[in-house]
Design a protein. Structure first.
Length: 236
């Protein structure tokens, strides 16, 4: 029986509360399923972004969801028991290989942009003015090259996917930093000369994902997403 006053030492069963909370909240707040089939069939496009310095929402979770999407592309046509068997035995090497093989297919409808030195909702010192929940840039920068909402509109309406987004930072209305952010796993690489605060001095370079960068916690998150592939939120 619950109090009041609520006393966690009496009212919380720590052996069961996690599972109960997850079951109650997942259909409302969580979006772990990598099955975006219906969304894709309607022509939907997703721009997902996260700050590498986010201390509230761990940034690796965004990368792991991308990996779950690539694995679902590989596994979705198999019978559910076969999928579960392969997911249960998932290893970093398989994650990295699948991302390399099927990343381009995922990027046809989902693109992940990781923002350097950006914390939760735009904090820290990095270029975070990209809109869509991050700080809004000035009106002159709210175009598909600098603004995620404008970029996804252009992608849906004109079929032009964002190959990069110029993330910016302003102080007192003045532009102080610009940097291209690239569809994961591509990264912005300094050209070797010029001002490091200017986006034109960086180029998006495709990276090869390594199994060594995928740890046991990543595997757990990827598995969790794939196991919940049948979970549909009320608005899906």
């Amino acid at each position: 029986m619950l109090s009041p006053p609520f006393d966690y030492r009496v009212d919380v069963n720590f052996s069961t509360v996690y599972d109960q909370t997850k079951a109650a909240l997942s259909p409302i707040t969580a979006a772990p399923s990598p099955d975006l089939t219906a969304f894709k069939n309607r022509g939907g496009k997703i721009i997902q972004y996260a700050g590498w310095n986010d201390s509230v929402v761990p940034p690796d979770g965004s990368v792991n969801y991308y990996h779950a999407l690539t694995l679902f592309e590989k596994l979705h046509s198999l019978p559910n028991p076969s999928i579960d068997q392969l997911v249960n035995a998932l290893m970093p090497q398989a994650v990295a290989q699948t991302a390399a093989a099927l990343g381009d297919r995922v990027r046809q409808y989902h693109r992940l942009f990781m923002l350097p030195s950006v914390a939760h909702c735009g904090g820290s010192t990095g270029p975070s003015s990209i809109g869509g929940g991050m700080p809004e840039p000035p009106a002159a920068f709210r175009d598909a090259d600098h603004h995620v909402v404008s970029a996804v509109i252009k992608w849906v309406e004109q079929g032009v996917a964002p190959e990069r987004i110029i993330a910016t930072r302003f102080s007192g209305g003045a532009l102080t930093l610009s940097r291209p952010v690239c569809p994961y796993p591509a990264q912005a690489v300094y050209n070797g000369s010029g001002d490091v605060t200017v986006a034109s001095n960086f180029t998006c370079v495709q990276q090869v994902e390594s199994a060594s960068s995928i740890n046991s916690g990543d595997i757990l998150e990827i598995k969790n997403s794939l196991v919940q592939r049948a979970l549909e939120l009320p608005n899906r």
